[in-house]
Design a protein around this ligand. Structure first.
Ligand code: ADP
Length: 509
């Protein structure tokens, strides 16, 4: 029989070296514990200051300080107060002394000559107990740490401004933070135990069309679920929320419910709807104004032309020059009104997006720009271009505006334009790089607003609406547009277009 007790110390104390070594030899043979020896009470107490012992086997009769005194001092020290002590004695083998030993706190009292097997059985029990105690202590410490962490996490969750709500697999609320209390006005006590759907303004709105098991399946498949909806507070008031729900798992990784994070987005919704309404008003106004202005300006233009044609000979040179200016002005006004009308139409009554090959878009745009390309000797190159979901006619217009500008805004050299494309996981990045006059950094935002031009019409023709239309169209396709430019070196216009996953399965791109 061998006692496996690693990392465990046993202290043996005896003033008789012969007994001390014999006991050490026996214990070393039987246990893999570390045996430490002391030959006096003082030495034993000093050793105890530096080591933790699973068991102390203490001789009772020793000069200077006997075993009882050693034990008494030990019990006053917190570190050694509960260390088990077995007394060994060759002299005091009577009940009175053994009773004294037990009273002092010894766990056993053994008379010499020692029956080694009996001693070993007792030592073994204490070593096992010690190891169990160590394991228990470790467990308690780990639990304390976990408890502290949980407490800390609970505090963090409570301090979150927004609502954090967890449910079981059936949708019954299991936890409700202070943020939820503030948002819904129900206390934790009122909410926990109820089905989460009691917060929805109406049943249809709750997790849109997903039933609770459906919601869990959805999260398993997509990682999480997020949506906007309308919720009702305890006082009956409804408000808009954005919710994001994930699965809740236990320590073993099993799904035990959901945890949802809700943000009150009522203010944002209000601003959005006000913006949409004012955008609509603005669009209607721009459309009406430009539409209604077309007729009078057409009349001004045609009567001026008539005046020039029929009465030019009756007027002097100066008057004819003035008529020229007026005709020119009315033509520009006509173009401006036409462009404004076009701008106000972007996104309005637009077609459903369809599968659109950007190479075809480019070809159409180049066809429309044929004259300008030939006149300026422009060289246009491109990377392989993607197939996307979009409105082809509008995209041709974007390509045409960007390439047309790249051809137009050059000086003293033939335009060189390169169109590249790069796939970025969920979107395509298209760029239009030219070797033109470039623009200063301070204008890189404003050139996308309607009628913003950096040059007089005499230098470069145009109405300043092209990039505004590009921006509107790109945004309508869920993308962004921006420019990097260096004066006299050239510009690169970048635009992104959302990638539609449905195209992947069709083997496009
Ligand atoms: P337009 O071309 O009719 O002037 P745009 O809206 O297309 O109007 O462009 C607005 C302004 O942005 C232009 O007047 C010009 O100053 C600047 N711009 C546009 N494209 C380029 C380019 N490729 N290189 C340099 N400047 C450009």
């Amino acid at each position: 029989m061998f006692c496996e007790t690693s990392d465990v110390n046993i202290l043996i104390v005896d003033d008789n070296y012969k007994s001390l070594f014999a006991l050490e030899k026996f214990l070393k043979k039987k246990c893999d514990a570390t045996i430490i020896k002391a030959s006096s009470g003082n030495e034993a107490l000093t050793t105890m200051l530096n080591h933790d012992f699973a068991l102390i086997i203490l001789d009772v009769q020793m000069p200077d300080m006997d075993g009882y005194e050693v034990l008494e001092i030990m019990r006053t020290n917190e570190a050694t107060s509960s260390t088990p002590v077995i007394f060994l004695t060759a002299v005091y083998n009577d009940d009175e002394h053994s009773f004294k030993g037990y009273k002092a706190g010894a766990v056993d009292f053994i008379f010499k000559p020692v029956n080694e097997e009996v001693l070993f059985c007792k030592v073994k029990v204490f070593l096992e107990l010690y190891q169990k105690r160590l394991a228990l202590q470790k467990e308690i410490e780990t639990r304390k740490k976990i408890e502290q962490r949980l407490k800390w996490q609970a505090q963090i969750i409570d301090q979150i401004h927004d609502a954090v709500i967890s449910t079981d697999l059936d949708g019954v609320i299991t936890a409700w933070n202070k943020g939820a209390e503030r948002m819904f006005l129900y206390s934790e006590k009122e909410a926990v135990g109820k089905h989460v759907s009691f917060l929805c303004a109406n049943f249809d709105d709750c997790y849109t069309s997903l039933s609770f098991p459906g919601l869990i399946e959805h999260i398993k498949e997509h990682g999480h679920y997020s949506a906007e909806g309308i919720r009702r507070k305890k006082d009956g008031k409804c408000f808009h929320v954005h919710i994001s729900v994930s699965l809740l798992r236990n320590m073993d990784g099993d799904v035990i419910g959901t945890v949802g994070y809700s943000i009150d987005i009522s203010k944002r919704k209000k601003v959005e709807s006000e913006l949409a309404r004012s955008n609509l008003d603005l669009k209607q106004f721009a459309h009406l104004a430009s539409h209604d202005l077309q007729e009078p300006i057409r009349m001004v233009g045609s009567y001026l032309e008539l005046l020039k044609k029929k009465h030019a000979h009756l007027l002097d040179d100066e008057a004819n020059e003035f008529i020229e200016y007026a005709v020119d002005g009315s033509k520009r006004m006509k173009n401006l009104i036409r462009d404004l009308l076009e701008y106000s139409q972007v996104g309005k009554g637009s077609k459903e997006f369809e599968k659109t090959d950007c190479l075809e878009v480019l070809c159409d745009a180049l066809d429309n720009l044929k004259v300008a390309i030939e006149e300026k000797g422009a060289i246009i190159t491109h990377d392989p271009l993607p197939v996307i979901m979009g409105d082809k006619v509008k995209l041709v217009q974007v390509f045409q505006n960007l390439i047309g500008n790249a051809i137009k805004f050059t000086k003293d050299k033939p335009p060189r334009i390169h169109i590249s494309s790069e796939f970025r996981g969920n979107e395509w990045l298209l760029s239009f790089k030219d070797n033109g006059i470039g623009i200063e950094d301070k204008y890189k935002e404003s050139i996308f607003t309607a009628f913003k031009r950096l040059h007089g019409k005499g230098v470069y023709p145009g109405s300043g609406i092209g990039l505004a239309i590009c921006k509107k169209t790109v945004m309508h396709h869920g993308g962004r547009i921006w420019i990097h430019s260096e004066v006299n070196k050239g510009s690169t216009f970048y635009l992104t277009i959302q990638h539609d996953k449905a195209l992947d399965s069709k083997g496009d791109n």
